[in-house]
Design a protein around this ligand. Sequence first.
Ligand SMILES: [Zn+2]
Ligand SMILES: [Zn+2]
Length: 292
Amino acid sequence: MDHLNALRQVSLDLDGLIVAGFSISGLATYLQIPALDVCFDLGECPLSALPINHVFLTHAHGDHARCLPRHWQLRRMLGNPRAAAYFLPEVIRAGCEGWIRAEAQFEGVPEDGALTPAFHGLVASEALVALPHRPDLRVRAFDVRHSVPSLGYTILAHKRKLRAEYAGVPGPELAALRKRGVDVQVDVDDPLVTFIGDCVGASLVEQAHIWASPIVIIEATFLEPGEEALAAKKMHTHLADIAAALDHLGDRVATRHIVLKHFSMRYAREQVLALVAAGIPAAFRDRIRVLL
Ligand SMILES: [Zn+2]
Ligand SMILES: [Zn+2]
C-alpha cells in the first residue's frame, strides 16, 4: 500500500524535465516542476513545494486544494520574503479567500488582521498570461468538464523571434528598421507542458490543442473494463476514454510523454500497471508514463 502514501513523491524524468509529486483519487494530487518554477494542485504540501513561486489550482475539491493555505502560511513562517503567485479559476477565487479567512479566524486571528495570498483568478481564454516570477513563461487556461468548475493549464515558453520576412537581413539594417519604429520581431509561444486535474474523458478531444504539448499530464481514475459508466457518472476519465481519444486523434497527437495519474485507491500498484499496459493502443504505449 506504499503507493498510497501522499508524502512519498514519485519522480519522473521526461527528456530531462523532472516532474515530482503524487496523485491518487480522493487522497491527494500535487505535481511540482521545479525547473519551470510551477506546482499544479496542492492536495498535500511537501516541503519541496515551498520554494516554488507559481501554484496552479485546477479545482476546489479537497484532494487537489486542501494544502494551498499551508503553502502560503509555511512560506511566510519560514521567512520567504517573496509572495508566491496563486492561480485558480476566477469562479472559486472569492470562495478560496473566504476559506482562508475562516481558517485564520478559527485560529484566533482577529478579522481585520487576516491576510490572504495574492490570487490570480483565471478564466478559459486563448490569451496567454505571464508568470510573474518567470518572464520567459506564459500560461493558457482552458475549461475541462468535471463535477465542479475546473481548469486545465498549458505552460508555454515565450520568445521574441525575427519575423520571417526579415530573415537574412543584416544586423545594421535591422537596427535601422527598429529605429524607425518597425517591429521586426514576433511573439512565439511554444507549449511545454499541459496539466489537467480532474475531467471527463470527452474533454481530451474537446480540448484537442493539449496534444500539441510535448508533455500532457491527465487523470485516469478508472481503469478496469466495465467501469466506464461509473467513470462517466463521477465525471472522471476512464482509461478507455484515453485510448479512444488517442485512436481518434492519431497523428495529431504530438505529445511525447503522456503522464497518467489520479488512479482510484481501489487498485493495487501492479494492477494499475497491467491495466494501463493492456488498455492503451499499441502505437502510443511507449509514450505513456505512470505517476505511481
Ligand atoms: Zn481528484
Ligand atoms: Zn475533482
